[in-house]
Design a protein around this ligand. Structure first.
Ligand code: GDP
Ligand code: MN
Length: 380
């Protein structure tokens, strides 16, 4: 579960991590009042649950009070990666000497949290990891002992070229960051950029906190921060219909039953040179209604150029899937080709239902995937 930057900063502030003075606002008028209280210049930042807002035009520096409302008006209502900006953060503008990265994630191979830091901050850490991995300092955290003082200081010394004073204040921030990470069951916590100001102090300019969904049951405090309206609307609609849906970047829409088969299907799409547009598990029990919802969600993604239905019927009945598919076709104009591979329970009646329609049948999973990738134009 993701929270907004302003919520993450509230958590940071309670934990004693230094953050800029800032106010979350929903209208240009509120922004103007906030800027007046904070003092110019300010930075106005879109609050959406995706990264890369800066590049998308969602972070603007404003010099003069009379420019605040117009700048806020441009960002509020903006679309960033399919998400509408409903709120912005008005923050005091920091005098940045240098930007750094610091974060804690779970290393699944090492089965431990890892503190990562880099002097190449501000840019996406995935890019740093890919292009210049030597610029990332890492230290494993023993969950029984927590982050030890010397570990934080060592990372700080590496980050600040042996400046002991900065290393100590970095270690303080890292320790607080880990305390939040452990006590609130985070799956990721990140400051990018952590900045060194002109006066030598450190400040968390951006904040990202993801909570582990599997631990939400013991964290009403985490659950209370959820902003349903800001989550990927299709993912929310899917959840309500009992489907697991994750939007991806490719063009082959997938309707599959079972998470394992869905993963295998996505692997095979990549193997044949395609890119999946989504992960979608219609779940165990089937009903034609679920299928209608699934098709509607997939079709609302303009990237989708072909749909692959891959069902291994057990509890899920293939004829329910076929009926749902036909109902979906009746309700909406399905503008892309559909390939269906239905096997298992009631596969025969399902095939009979689809005969004579424009749904392309496939006997095996490989055949179905190959056809779907081809019909989508060979991936990407
Ligand atoms: P992101 O693009 O979603 O990661 O948003 P960030 O909050 O990280 O802001 C992107 C970039 O904008 C930062 O890396 C900074 O370079 C710049 N920026 C953000 N806030 C300030 C600020 O207060 N002062 C200055 N000078 N630059 C800022
Ligand atoms: Mn950032």
């Amino acid at each position: 579960m993701k929270v907004h930057e302003y919520q993450a900063k509230e958590i940071f502030e309670q934990a004693g991590i230094p953050v800029p003075r800032e106010v979350v606002c929903a209208t240009p008028a509120e922004c103007a009042a906030a800027a007046r209280a904070i003092g110019l210049p300010v930075v106005i930042k879109a609050q959406v649950l995706v990264g890369g807002r800066g590049k998308a035009g969602g972070v603007k520096r404003v010099e003069k009070q009379e420019q605040v409302e117009a700048a806020a008006g441009q960002i509020l209502g903006m679309d960033i990666k399919g998400l509408r900006v409903e709120k912005v953060l008005v923050a005091e503008c920091a005098d940045i000497a240098k930007e750094y990265y610091v974060g804690i994630i779970v290393d699944r191979v090492g089965r431990k949290p890892v503190l990562m830091a880099s002097a190449a901050g501000g840019v996406e850490i995935e890019q740093v990891a890919r292009e210049t991995p030597e610029k990332i300092v890492k230290v494993e955290i023993d969950p029984a002992a927590g982050l030890l003082g010397f570990q934080g200081r060592n990372v700080g010394m590496a980050l600040f070229d042996g400046d002991a004073k900065l290393a100590r204040s970095f270690a303080g921030i890292a320790a607080r960051l880990y305390r939040v990470f452990a006590s609130r069951d985070c799956s990721l916590i990140e400051i990018n950029p952590l900045v060194r100001l002109g006066d030598g102090s450190l400040l968390a300019l951006d904040a990202k906190v993801n909570f582990d969904d599997n631990a939400l049951f013991r964290h009403p405090d985490n659950e209370a921060m959820r902003d349903r309206a800001a989550e990927e609307p299709k993912e929310v609609e899917a959840k309500e219909a009992g489907l697991s849906y994750i939007k991806l970047e490719g063009n082959v829409g997938c309707v599959v039953n079972g998470a394992g088969l869905a993963m295998a299907t996505m692997d095979l799409i990549k193997r044949y040179g395609g890119e999946p547009a989504n992960f979608l598990d219609v779940g165990g029990s089937s009903s034609p209604d679920k299928m209608v919802t699934a098709m509607r969600i997939i079709l609302s993604d303009p990237n989708v150029k072909a749909i692959l239905v891959n069902i291994f019927g057990g509890i899920t009945r293939c004829d329910d899937i076929a009926t749902g598919l036909l109902a979906a076709k009746k309700q909406a104009d399905i503008r892309v080709p559909v390939v269906a591979r239905l096997t298992g329970t009631n596969a025969e009646p399902a095939r009979a239902l689809l005969e004579g329609t424009d749904v392309t049948p496939a006997a095996t999973m490989a055949e179905a995937v190959k056809k779907a990738v081809e019909l989508a134009g060979g991936g990407k």
